[in-house]
Ligand binder design. Structure first.
Ligand SMILES: *Cc1c(COP(=O)(O)O)cnc(C)c1O
Length: 398
């Protein structure tokens, strides 16, 4: 027998749950891409997007996933043969570094492992070693989705200032935007990338590069930028088609309009607060289960944990078995362990992740946690009693 029939919950860290309002907004005939409602609607999207990123800077939109924004961002600020410094706190930092290398960019890698955030002192020390100030940009990941580590971006900016280094600070907020607090201008990020399918609650397919005037000045000095990735016209179009370098991603844009309406109706502070409480509920359950069994949160210090995604270690093969059980028996799909291989577990099957980004509320999280608790019991994995009750207390206190 299976208890999975009913509305499923895809609790992976992207693509995230799509609100009905987003789905309904996308369910329409093709709009005219030359004039009328669509161009007007997109003009109105831009300021609302910047309000989510907390910036008065610029934004370029691409028909691309997150990987596309890695390449788009680099294309506008670094030439082949020039250097970047990558701060890695998990798989996605390494992914951005690989993208840079593939573009012929010199990569200096600052490795922080899979359980610690960027250490600003280490960043400052590395920048001070760069006597000729050859490093053109520091690439950081706000929340690395594989490890669920959250780094302090304002502290990264302070490291650059204290080192007196002119490199641009570029931040990957693909997992965190619209979930974990992020203040692009206040924290001093020069460039920020994100994608549609996580906190923005829209299907994969839209990529966003936000940049300030400092980054625009670097772009202006580039001898050549690949035509498709060039952000100049996209961020300041004279004709509607220039926003997208061709045909607009029509239906995604209607979905995005609906998603931004939801976000701003709730309010950025309230969105962040909701994600914070739900994350604390998850941590309370996981810590309780771990009191009498093998389950562990990947990130020990709550101050460095994301509010959008949580990586957990159960030990192989339990992680993979638990994922199979929750999907088949309860309609809840958990995220795989990504880039978390360890000795005796080359595929990282001992790890799994919860995505709790975007359109997620208290009853979904309590359902997720109740399902995991049932799965631990069904699979006879030892665990401390009362995890769901601990989560319910966090939610009761709000
Ligand atoms: C999801 C994600 C990516 C990759 O995005 P794709 O859309 O899968 O290409 C990159 N960085 C982070 C932090 C992510 O969460």
């Amino acid at each position: 027998m299976s208890l999975a029939h009913g509305r499923p919950y895809l609790a992976i860290p992207g693509p995230s749950v799509m609100p009905d309002a987003v789905l309904q907004a996308m369910h329409r005939a093709s709009p005219n891409i030359y004039e009328g409602e669509l161009p007007t609607m997109v003009d109105g999207l831009i300021p609302d997007l910047k309000r989510v990123a907390r910036t008065d800077g610029h934004v370029a939109i691409y028909i691309a996933n997150g990987h596309g924004t890695w390449e788009a961002a680099l294309s506008n600020i670094v030439m082949p043969g020039e250097s970047v410094l990558v701060c890695a706190t998990g798989r996605f930092g390494h992914g951005w570094a690989e993208m840079a290398r593939a573009m012929g960019i010199e990569v200096d890698l600052l490795e922080f492992g899979k359980q610690a955030p960027v250490d600003p002192e280490a960043l400052k020390a590395r920048l001070l070693e760069d006597k000729g100030q050859k490093i053109k940009a520091v690439l950081t990941v706000h929340v690395d989705t594989s490890s669920s580590i959250r780094s302090d971006i304002a502290e990264c900016r302070r490291a650059l200032e204290e080192a007196g280094h002119p490199a641009l600070l570029a931040v990957d907020c693909i997992a965190s935007l619209g979930c974990d607090r992020f203040e692009m201008d206040l924290w001093g990020a020069d460039l920020m990338i994100t994608a549609s399918q996580k906190g923005l609650m829209v299907p994969p397919g839209l990529g966003f590069v936000f940049f300030n005037d400092r980054a625009a000045a670097v772009r202006a000095k580039m001898p050549r930028v690949s035509r498709y990735w060039d952000w100049s016209e996209r961020a300041a179009p004279e004709m509607f088609y220039q926003y997208f370098g061709g045909t607009a991603p029509t239906h995604h844009l209607y979905g995005l309009r609906a998603a931004l309406d939801l976000i701003h109706a709730e309010g950025m502070e309230a969105v962040w607060a909701r994600h914070a409480v739900l994350a604390r509920a998850i941590w309370a359950a996981a810590e309780t289960w771990g009191e009498d069994g093998p389950l562990r949160l990947n990130v020990a210090d709550p101050a460095h944990r994301s509010h959008a995604v949580t990586a957990l270690r159960l030990g192989a093969p339990h992680g993979a078995r638990l994922r199979a059980w929750t999907a088949e028996q309860a309609g809840v799909t958990l995220g795989i362990g990504l880039g978390m291989s360890e000795e005796g577990d080359p595929k990282g099957e001992g790890f799994f992740r919860f995505g709790h980004m975007g359109h997620v509320n208290a009853h979904m999280i309590l359902g997720l946690l109740g399902t995991v608790e049932a799965g631990l019991a069904a699979l006879a994995v030892p665990h401390g009693a009362g995890g769901v009750s601990a989560a319910a207390r966090v939610i009761a206190e709000g």
